[in-house]
Design a protein around this ligand. Structure first.
Ligand SMILES: Cc1ncc(C[n+]2csc(CCOP(=O)(O)OP(=O)(O)O)c2C)c(N)n1
Length: 554
């Protein structure tokens, strides 16, 4: 059978339901074979959009996202999306077409060395040099992408390989030497962790994206209640416990609340779960939680001790380890600590200035109107306001580009999330600059009737950069004014065939949201023309410790 046909059959066996991509010469055999399959294909308008969409699909569903792109520019356009998925541990398999084997290395038309290019940003990648190895590689790619610490895998398939004749023999299982993720935590380390927990007077759980990945929200919440310990989350960890839970202190780090940062800094025991202690979370690492012992639970041994010294490492799956810990610990009253955190919470709530049309107000209202919606974000101020003011309830509700910080991620990711969860409202909270970076996917949403909503916090600036210029570069606003208040996102949306709405003042916000709700089945873009001077506060200035956080003056 033609290798391309066998390949599509293999994807069917893997349970692939949807592929995001764009065809082209080197991958045409595969697209030809796809014609006879029931797998849904969404033709995006840019390969970066396809990759982010597959990433959003993966994060919303927990399944592997699949991308097709042709050789050369098609393949290189996927690079940002792959790096983004790599940094945030999102399972993707990206299949790229390649020029025929005899042309590789000859600067052939649309040739790019995509396996070379993506080596440092994939969990693993392959160039298929022998048609007989194609199906085994497909099996391995899905296995590697989705097990252990998930991540993107790229498979580059030369055109003559997809044209070759092969038998359809799909491996039922694989055994990869050197790749054996460890799921059970070491019993001695678990015992040591329990001892530390029982001794601690000021314990706190720092929950990262690994909690979502291992579907451990229930176990994490039960452990927090059982100790009891307050929970702070990283950006990726939002939803690791419901943010309405009394023990949850929300988002921590550079733009986390003052009370969450204080609680983390003053704790005597941090139980870090599935987080990588990124600089955005820890602030200056040498000043991080000076009095705390640290237990670090992570499936990836390479994360242990990478950024922060660790007292008890536990390598394994968060869900299993948390449930073991829960069974071994006993509840202990820690009244003084509880009172202290309560005091910080009351004294330093998240707040913002109320004059003018504030972006925070839009996000707060969105949370009131769409409490169960999946929220994706772009990158910049919009992202941090969404993290601060949109309280989420469940683990796959908040989808954001954490590690790479990719402007242009949120909108295609929303498209992918909506494909994964058609019954959920999906909203991209956007900046004007970021939305413009993948705005072409509006055409995809309209064409395939993928009714995502985009709420642009339009401040006419590359807002987060403008904020840094204001605070740290003496208000020298070099190259950050993009003037989006002078153009009409409403008309642009309409031009694409979507609904467009402009909102100029706070009193119009509720009506706009009602209109969004009425148009459940259609893509809608709402252009909120907010105060351009609004800043994201509190903020830990770069190089400072979490306790040096600057507050908003109101
Ligand atoms: C692709 C990309 N280019 C540049 C940056 C650097 N950057 C970080 S935030 C930001 C400004 C974002 O502006 P906008 O999307 O309008 O959002 P706002 O901060 O105003 O909410 C920029 C340029 C980035 N994160 N990603």
């Amino acid at each position: 059978m033609r290798a391309a046909d066998a390949f599509i059959k293999a994807l069917e066996k893997e349970g692939v339901e949807v592929i995001f991509g764009i065809p082209g010469g080197a991958i045409l055999e595969i697209y030809d074979a796809l014609y006879d399959s029931n797998i849904r294909h969404i033709t995006t308008r840019h390969e970066q959009g396809a990759t982010h969409a597959a990433d959003g699909y993966a994060r919303a569903s927990g399944k592997v996202g699949v991308v097709f792109a042709t050789s050369g520019p098609g393949a290189t356009n996927t690079v940002t999306g792959i790096a983004n998925a790599y940094m945030d541990s999102s399972p993707l398999v990206v299949f790229t077409g390649q020029v025929a084997r005899h042309l590789i290395g000859n600067d052939a038309f649309q040739e790019a060395d995509i396996t070379g290019i993506t080596m440092p940003i994939t969990k693993h990648n392959y160039l298929v040099t022998d048609p007989k190895s194609l199906l085994r590689i497909v099996k391995e790619a899905f296995h590697i992408a989705s097990t252990g610490r998930p991540g993107p895998v790229l498979v580059d398939i030369p055109k003559d390989v997809s044209q070759a004749d092969i038998e359809f023999e799909y491996p039922s299982k694989i055994d990869l030497m050197g790749y054996k993720p460890k799921y059970e935590g070491h019993p001695m380390q678990i015992k040591r962790a329990v001892e530390l927990i029982m001794k601690a007077e000021r314990p706190i759980i720092l929950a990262g994206g690994g909690v979502r990945i291992s579907n451990a929200q229930k176990e994490l919440t039960e452990l927090a209640e059982g100790i009891p310990a307050f929970v702070v989350t990283t950006l990726m960890g939002k939803g690791a416990i419901s943010e309405y839970h009394p023990l949850c202190l929300g988002f921590v780090g550079m733009h986390g609340s003052k009370y969450a940062n204080y609680a983390l800094s003053e704790s005597d025991l941090i139980i870090a779960v599935g987080c990588r202690f990124s600089d955005r979370t820890t602030g200056n690492a040498s000043l991080f939680a000076p009095n705390a012992k640290i237990i670090h639970i992570d499936i990836d041994p390479a994360e242990i001790g990478k950024n922060i010294r660790v007292d008890v490492p536990i390598v394994g799956d968060a869900k299993r380890i948390l449930s073991q810990l829960k069974k071994m610990i006993e509840y202990k009253q820690r009244k003084e600590w509880g009172d202290k955190v309560k005091e910080w919470r009351e004294k330093y709530p998240l707040k913002y200035e109320k004059d003018g049309f504030k972006p925070q107000f839009v996000v707060e209202k969105a949370c009131e109107f769409f409490p169960d919606a999946i929220i994706t974000t772009e990158v910049g101020q919009n992202q941090m306001w969404a993290a601060q003011f949109f309280k989420v309830k469940y683990p796959r509700q908040f989808i954001s580009s954490g590690g790479l910080g990719t402007m242009g991620f949120g909108f295609p990711a929303a498209m992918g999330a909506k494909v994964a969860c058609p019954d959920k409202e999906v909203i991209d909270i956007a900046g004007d600059g970021s939305f413009l970076m993948n705005i072409q996917e509006l055409a995809t949403c309209v064409h395939y009737k993928i009714p995502v909503k985009v709420f642009i916090l339009n401040n006419g600036y590359l807002g987060m950069v403008r904020q840094w210029q204001q605070l740290f570069y003496k208000e020298r606003y070099s190259a950050t004014c993009i003037g989006c208040e002078k153009m009409s996102f409403e008309k642009i949306a309409k031009g694409f065939g979507a609904i467009g709405i402009t909102v100029e003042k706070p009193s119009e916000v509720e009506d706009a949201f009602k209109l969004v709700k009425e148009n459940y089945d259609v893509p809608v873009v709402v252009d909120f023309r907010v105060d351009f001077k609004a800043n994201v506060l509190p903020m830990v200035p770069p190089g400072k410790g979490l306790k040096d956080i600057i507050e908003v003056e109101v």
